[in-house]
Design a protein around this ligand. Structure first.
Ligand code: SF4
Length: 72
């Protein structure tokens, strides 16, 4: 499991990630991605891991990162 970190200082708000991860992300009024669940670093559900990796790889501003969650 992982969380999606969005660096809004690097993001240019064009919304590639909101298209690839529409189940998780939505654009705010200015086009910046925000989590649908309101979390700052939303948990990526296992079925969306591949799409999340694709969003990270395709972000033109390198503004996305996946943070691995440690299992206990
Ligand atoms: S793909 Fe990257 S630059 Fe584009 S909106 Fe998403 S986080 Fe911002």
């Amino acid at each position: 499991m992982s969380r999606l970190h969005i660096d809004w200082t690097a993001c240019d708000g064009r919304g590639v990630c909101t298209e690839l991860l529409e189940e998780m992300l939505v654009e705010d009024d200015w086009g910046y991605p925000v989590a649908r669940d309101g979390q700052r670093e939303p948990v990526v559900p296992p079925p969306l891991e591949a799409a999340a990796k694709q969003a990270v790889d395709r972000c033109p501003m390198l503004a996305l990162r996946l943070l691995r969650l440690l299992r206990r």
